[in-house]
Design a protein around this ligand. Structure first.
Ligand code: ARG
Length: 467
């Protein structure tokens, strides 16, 4: 990567070249080379505009476009030599272009790397959002698949990690689907924020040259729903605004938090203590010492990586918070966290989706755990309420019955009827029949509840929406 020449782009006012250490701390091409194709796109649009307003001759435009085409092909076939002494992707491409086509000495007219990098990144964010939304959609489909194939499995739902009320395992998974749908919306809002073109802001204060900003925006696809190009409204803001970076990293951090909670559930469920599920061999690993082990590494790594996503969001906020307007070189450090959040979030989504499809549910274990009659204590309260006992009294009385069952060491549904009736005379002979999981779930038939009809409708509606 290193080959040192006189700094061709800004070297004019310097007596000596930057030191090797300056080059080392200053280079960003090792990271921002992934913006190359967006940078070329941006140069094409800029050159086309310069020719439209008469700054480039037709023949100069032609030569620049053909040079850009050659560089694009070289980059795609990995025949492009990236030079770290040229700092970043923008200068690497411009210098290589000038060697092929000397007309490109005019290309940087009325633009700066400051508006260039903002624009390149906005193009990158738009694609990144589309790709993440696609990966989330795949995970939604895997979650629906999982829910559909385990429709008849009921597990305890937990609060405080204590058994609370019975829910179909599908209801549990559909809770995550709600989170993922919100994540998709969040990334689509980030896409909207990205869809504004900063080109023409120059380094800080635009240009005296007669440029056409709308032409560039239109060429680059920064277009609103009515088909009009959208451009930034303040040159100083445009070159130093990194809100979008933070919005994207934040959407990744929230998504990561959701994936981490999902992972935590599956890690718990796959333990012998829970025994609700068996994770696929393909997404678990063994121990180098203990031969019996099968560890949930895929889900643990997703949980671990979610910390990185939160850290990246924090890094970006911290970079920005003390910077005076406008561009400061600190901002070059914005790429690592953003690219890392994207790379990790994409991988986490793909792994979660594939691992989920391989999970086997241990139905008999789930059904035996969920048969604990205590899980229906709240249903018994509801029964008393319908019989006319005020809710607070009913809650207290059922609490007393639970205490009794603990003292007698007799399961709730097996308590002697007479004793139950002595606590509340509203209890009838059908005491034992009150403990029906099926009835309990059937009655939970309003929007958002875990009744089977509800869940079926929910799955069908989501499948229609996403397949
Ligand atoms: N590589 C730089 C970055 O990513 C591009 C902008 C450079 N601008 C400057 N004034 N040195 O931030």
């Amino acid at each position: 990567m290193t080959k040192t020449k006189q700094q061709a782009t800004w070297g004019g006012r310097f007596k000596s070249k930057p030191s090797d250490l300056m080059l080392k701390i200053g280079e960003s091409v090792s990271l921002d080379c992934r913006l190359a194709l967006y940078d070329i796109e941006c140069s094409r649009a800029h050159a086309s505009m310069l020719s439209k307003v008469g700054i480039l001759k037709e023949s100069e435009l032609k030569s620049i476009l053909s040079g850009l085409g050659k560089i694009e092909a070289d980059i795609e076939s990995q025949n492009f030599e990236w030079r770290s002494d040229l700092e970043d992707v923008h200068m690497n491409i411009e210098q290589a272009l000038i060697e092929i086509s000397p007309e490109a000495l005019k290309l940087h007219t009325a633009r700066s790397r400051n508006d260039q990098v903002s624009t390149d990144m906005r193009l990158w964010f738009k694609d990144a959002c589309v790709s993440i939304i696609g990966d989330i959609e795949a995970l939604v489909l895997s979650s629906l698949e999982f829910s559909k194939s385990n429709l008849d499995v009921i597990i305890p739902g937990y609060t405080h990690l204590q058994r609370a009320q019975p829910v179909p395992i599908a209801h549990h998974l559909l809770a995550y689907v709600e989170m993922f749908v919100r994540d998709m919306n969040r990334f689509s809002i980030v896409w909207d924020s990205a869809n504004v073109c900063p080109m023409g802001s120059g380094a800080i204060a635009g240009t005296t040259l007669p440029i056409d900003r709308l032409h560039v925006a239109e060429k680059l696809g920064f277009i609103n729903e009515e088909g009009y190009p959208i451009i930034t409204q303040n040159s100083m803001d445009a070159v130093s605004d990194r809100d979008l970076f933070i919005e994207f990293a934040n959407a990744c951090a929230i998504l990561g938090m959701h994936l981490s909670r999902l992972s935590e559930d599956f890690i718990l469920w796959s333990s012998s203590e829970f025994g609700f599920v068996q994770l696929p061999d393909t997404f678990t690993t063994g121990s180098s010492l203990m031969p019996q082990k099968k560890n949930p590494d895929s889900f643990e790594l997703i949980r671990g990586k979610s910390a990185r996503l939160i850290g990246n969001n924090q890094t970006l906020l911290t970079i920005m918070k003390g910077l005076p307007l406008t561009y400061n070189r600190d901002m070059q450090e914005d790429k690592m966290p953003v690219f890392d959040s994207y790379d990790q979030a994409s991988l986490m989504l793909k792994v979660a989706s594939a691992a989920l499809l391989g999970v086997k549910v241990n139905k008999s274990r789930c059904m035996s755990v969920v048969s604990d009659p205590l899980l229906l204590a709240t249903d018994i309260v509801d029964y008393l309420v319908l019989e006319g006992t005020p809710f607070r009294d009913a809650h207290h009385k059922v609490g007393a019955i639970v205490k009794l069952s603990e003292e007698l060491n007799v399961p709730l549904d097996k308590l002697p009827l007479a004793q139950v009736q002595s606590i509340d005379s509203n209890f009838k002979d059908n005491w034992a029949e009150l403990f029906s999981l099926e009835k309990s779930l059937k009655a939970r038939n309003k929007t958002g509840m875990p009744g089977f009809n509800q869940i079926n409708e929910q799955i069908e509606a989501l499948r229609k929406r996403f397949s």
